[in-house]
Design a protein around this ligand. Structure first.
Ligand SMILES: Nc1ncnc2c1ncn2[C@@H]1O[C@H](COP(=O)(O)OP(=O)(O)O)[C@@H](O)[C@H]1O
Ligand SMILES: [Mg+2]
Length: 351
């Protein structure tokens, strides 16, 4: 059995027909960092709250470190589940020093043990010098590290974090993604993080769970998720993509689409006829003798790359421009004709 098991968990709120979480199953190994990713309202927070024990599932099973914490309406209270929660607004006690904040959850510990543990976790988050300060004397990033230290102090089985990066501005956000992951790794703790931001999810987690309307769409490593999105929703929610429709060729290795024949990363085992194909912009490389040719309609410069919208020639006038990424040093003029190739590794069939 996995370290954390969530099996067929659903949540119906009173008077609402559609479940907020629908038959969610997920197994998590010890030490894994998992993110729940999806648009607002898809059931991420509800899932986290059910794992924490703040919300009762309508159905299903949850077990943490071998202990069943929810089954058949029987529920272990949050304080007995061995979870450490980090809230979005950190929820530090303003009238307590950092040290006292961190010691707060250590009930039944002696004062000496509490002080030693507080020192240890403040060292872990790099704030050993700040024990005697108050929360309002710390920056946002430091407050978040205190919240994490407080959650880690009682040595919980799992750390739960709801939108930990959404209160931070862009620069600090990137740093905190790195810091939080480093701290969780060093503490060798298991963590479940909720975010609506794909970059957050990819930067911090071993595996990502994409949800939509309470239903899990895909569970995969960031790389798998990006290269092989299972359906159109995942393909579009996780990064940008070109979606085309086509027909599988008899060799089961190519698809004929409105822009021409496209090579798949691997041969299929059965003919599934009409298909949808996702092609990542990074998979489209400009090349002088490229297989696909079209006219540049628009170029957006992002600093890291250029997003080039290429209108391909076709008898079918409704064909959407293909988005490709080009290096920033290339001069690409609107109206010019360019050609490109498609890397099969960034092509995926989607539902
Ligand atoms: N206490 C509640 N009562 C009724 N509906 C709720 C309650 N909490 C959440 N919901 C609904 O459940 C759905 C999922 O919410 P939530 O888990 O907060 O989504 P997310 O965290 O992904 O934004 C939403 O439609 C939300 O309105
Ligand atoms: Mg939420």
């Amino acid at each position: 059995m996995s370290f954390i098991t969530i099996k067929n968990v659903s949540k119906y709120f009173p008077k609402i027909l559609k479940p907020a979480v629908d038959q969610l199953s997920l197994s998590i190994e010890k030490g894994e960092i998992i993110t729940l990713l999806g648009p607002s309202g898809c059931g991420k927070t509800t899932t986290l709250r059910m794992i924490a024990g703040f919300e009762q599932p309508s159905d299903g099973l949850i077990s943490i470190d071998g202990n069943t914490v929810f089954l058949d309406g029987r529920s272990v209270p949050p304080e007995k589940r061995g979870i450490g929660m980090v809230f979005q607004d950190y929820a530090l006690f303003p009238h307590l020093t950092i040290e006292k904040n961190v010691m707060f959850g250590l009930v039944k510990w002696t004062t000496k043990e509490k002080k030693a543990r507080a020192k240890e976790v403040l060292e872990l988050v790099g704030l050993e010098e700040y024990g005697s300060r108050y929360p309002n004397e710390l920056s946002g990033g430091q407050q978040q590290r205190v919240a994490l230290a407080r959650a880690l102090a009682p040595r919980p089985h799992v750390i739960l974090m709801d939108e930990p990066f959404s209160n931070l501005d862009a620069g600090l956000r990137e740093k905190m993604r790195f810091d939080v992951t480093a701290i969780l790794r060093k503490a060798e703790t298991t963590a479940i993080i909720v975010t609506h931001d794909q970059k957050d999810a990819f930067a911090v987690s071993d595996r990502v769970v994409v949800m939509k309307e309470g239903i899990v769409q895909q569970i995969a490593t960031p790389k798998e998720m990006y290269r092989c999105p299972r359906n159109c929703f995942v393909a579009q929610f996780v990064g940008k993509t070109n979606l085309l429709t086509g027909t599988l060729c008899p060799d089961l290795k190519h698809v004929d689409t409105e822009i021409g024949r496209i090579c798949l990363p691997n041969q299929l085992s059965e003919d599934i006829g009409n298909v949808k194909v996702s092609i990542r912009p990074e998979g489209c490389r400009m090349s002088e003798e490229g297989r696909y040719t079209g006219q540049v309609q628009r170029v957006t410069y992002s600093g890291e790359y250029q997003e080039v919208f290429v209108q391909l020639q076709s008898e079918d006038a409704t064909i959407n421009p293909i988005i490709i990424y080009a290096n920033v040093e290339q001069d690409i003029e609107v109206g010019s004709v360019i050609s490109f190739n498609i890397t099969p590794e960034l092509v995926a069939l989607v539902d």
